[in-house]
Design a protein around this ligand. Structure first.
Ligand code: KIV
Length: 260
């Protein structure tokens, strides 16, 4: 019987084993990632850009997150499944936020992720005391894109770095079992990782984090253009384009289906 990743095993990985985690938005790719041993699959709100044709994460709706969470959770055997709470689903008052997080777990998630530091600590306390594990997210929080005026690295000045560190300590203290550090300087991510007892999962935050995220479509090379910190482990965009154009040509030329 395979052992499923959970809050305790993610916590226990700190300082022992570095976890390569990624997003997943559908059952087909989630199944493959799970079979390959990815320990945490995040139904990221980056689904907005990677699957739904939006230019930011902001338009993603609860129904879209729930549907994708259910698809992933149906096929996954070992990975921890984390629902990324979409914009508006937890900024609408803590009662509504808890109700939305409950829907994520009822759709099959093992935990929820939400963006923010000190300002969301009250909510993190409520969720964890209701039995809903929380993966926090500080640094560059894409749902604040309009406040930043673009997806920009955060924590670059001394004051900004101190705020990111304080946010990370606050979410740990509030009960988050892990924290995403997105697009902050490598040295700051190293300092936070050393200061916290919980696992830090970096994305664009350098090698010192306890674990890493990559967006699945970036790591598989399904996106032609990717952020500079991304490593493409395959170039599926070319493979997929090649397969589609071969199929179209073979049908046009009477090669497929074969005559006999
Ligand atoms: O939605 C997303 O892709 C994320 C990343 C941190 C992995 O939140």
């Amino acid at each position: 019987m395979p052992k499923k990743w959970n809050v305790a095993s993610v916590r226990a990985s700190k300082g022992v084993s570095r976890l390569g985690c990624c997003t997943a938005y559908d059952s087909c790719f989630a199944h493959l990632a799970d079979e390959a041993g990815v320990p945490i699959l995040l139904i990221g709100d980056s689904m907005g850009m990677n699957c739904l044709g939006y230019s930011t994460t902001l338009p993603v709706k609860m129904e879209e997150t729930l549907s994708a969470t259910a698809a992933v959770a149906r096929v996954v055997k070992e990975a921890m499944v984390v629902s990324d709470m979409p914009f508006g689903s937890y900024q609408c008052g803590d009662d509504a936020a808890v109700a939305n997080a409950v829907k994520c777990l009822q759709a099959g998630a093992d935990a929820v992720k939400l963006e923010g530091g000190a300002t969301v600590c009250g909510l993190i306390r409520r969720l964890t005391s209701a039995g809903i594990p929380v993966l926090a997210h500080v640094g560059m929080t894409p749902q604040s894109v309009n406040e930043y005026g673009g997806f920009r690295k955060q924590g670059k000045t001394r004051e900004a770095a101190a705020k990111v560190l304080a946010d990370a300590k606050a979410v740990e203290e509030a009960g988050a079992f892990a924290v995403t550090l997105e697009c902050i300087p490598n040295e700051l991510a190293a300092e936070i990782t050393a200061a916290l007892k919980i696992v830090t999962i970096g994305i664009g935050a350098g090698p010192a984090c306890d674990a890493q995220w990559l967006v699945m479509h970036d790591l598989l090379g399904l996106n032609d253009s990717v952020p500079s910190f991304v490593k493409k482990y395959a170039n599926l965009a070319d493979v997929v384009r090649g397969a589609f154009s071969a199929y179209v040509a073979e049908v046009r030329d009477g090669v497929f289906p074969p005559c006999a």
